[in-house]
Ligand binder design. Structure first.
Ligand code: KQY
Length: 366
């Protein structure tokens, strides 16, 4: 693996869309006691279901610590590759590489600086040094060259690309004080263009209410094809989420993408508020100086946090009446793919969902 000090755009590389073909998917086995209740057993089962759903149509690699290797190997079918790797938690979207490719189909990784969603300002755990090495280790494992972008704090969940020059982000996240406080919005936009090969960045203002990542875009809005997005939506004007979704809707309605298309917006209903229960809080370890979940705390549940595999949409379900409507809408938008809902409360308790625990490897011509 070579560490590259040029930029993807300068080398003709760009970030493909998630709905393009993949060579596989990376995930990380959950074990962190302050993220996953009661030894993480329910989370492990949910992660295994997600991995199996994705593995129906692409290869899955599960990264697991030395301590958890045997458990992961036993709980996962043999067609899922398990590789020992040290991490601080289980958010492959955010600490595995963002992959870029060129017109010839060569794939490379990007190694952003990862600081647990805000470092010492409002990060969610400390230390994060093991997570911060995952991108390079994965590139090494896959024998892919890797761009050094460690002067810039970014997580994969904070960007979405349509693969045709448009990238979507939220201001709440990318302009947060814990990431790149010395950079202006224009400088951040320029960095995204250089590293993701983008021509246009669409800045939404906000994401999902109470999303502890400072409102990652991947929980509120996602491209389903070039020029078309799904947006997490509620009609309940009394819900604090309403203003946030409405602001995204207003921005997207006025926007065109890098190819000059007006954006088609498909509203994806939100489930009714999902809140922590006392027993769930009691199953989480407490760590000094880290935020802890409290009884009744609203979790950042959204159906937009789905993964697009080669053959399926692997989406969260919450046991809510909206589960069905959300699955139907996604089924209409992705008629060629199987819709696979996975009960996701045990992932949501950790603070993210199916998109946050997966990272696709685009199809390469090797
Ligand atoms: O949503 C994500 N991309 C990650 C959430 C991390 C939460 C840590 N408790």
């Amino acid at each position: 693996m070579k560490i590259l000090h040029t930029t993807p755009a300068a080398d003709g590389f760009f970030m493909p869309a998630e709905f393009e073909e993949h060579d596989g998917c990376f995930m990380i086995w959950p074990e962190r006691a302050d993220s996953w209740q009661y030894g993480g057993i329910a989370a492990k089962k949910a992660f295994a279901k997600v991995a199996m759903a994705i593995a129906k149509s692409e290869e899955v690699t599960m990264l697991a610590s030395a301590a958890e290797y045997d458990t992961a190997r036993r709980m996962l079918p043999e067609y899922i590759r398990v590789v020992e790797m040290s991490t601080d938690d289980a958010w492959a979207r955010d600490c595995a590489p963002t992959f870029v490719k060129n017109k010839e189909g060569e794939v490379r990784g990007i190694d952003w600086y990862f600081n647990a969603w805000g470092g010492l300002v409002d990060g969610l755990y400390f230390p994060w040094d093991k997570d911060n090495k995952v991108a390079r280790k994965v590139c090494d494992l896959e024998r892919l060259d890797c761009y050094d972008a460690r002067d810039f704090v970014l997580e994969g969940g904070s960007i979405h690309s349509d693969g045709e020059g448009t990238v979507m982000v939220t201001e709440a996240c990318l302009l947060s004080k814990g990431r790149n406080p010395d950079m202006t919005k224009d400088e951040i936009e320029e960095k995204l263009k250089q590293y993701l090969g983008a021509k246009k960045v669409i800045w939404l203002e906000r994401g999902i209410y109470n999303d502890e990542t400072n409102e990652h875009v991947d929980n509120i809005c996602a491209f389903v094809k070039p020029g078309e997005v799904v947006l997490a939506w509620t009609d309940d004007e009394e819900d604090p989420q309403y203003e946030l979704s409405k602001s995204c809707y207003d921005i997207l309605s006025q926007e065109t993408d890098a190819c000059g298309r007006k954006i088609v917006i498909h509203k994806l209903p939100l489930p009714k508020p999902i809140c922590m229960q006392k027993e769930e809080c009691e199953g989480l370890a407490w760590m000094e100086d880290e935020p802890t979940r409290t009884d009744g705390e609203r979790l950042a549940a959204s159906y937009v946090n789905f993964y697009i595999s080669n053959g399926a949409i692997v989406m969260p379900s919450f046991g809510d009446p909206a589960d069905h409507a959300a699955a139907e809408i996604l089924g209409e938008l992705f008629p060629e793919r199987e819709i696979i809902p996975i009960s996701a409360r045990d992932i949501l308790i950790g603070g993210g969902n199916i998109h946050c625990i997966t990272q696709q490897l685009p199809k390469a011509v090797r």
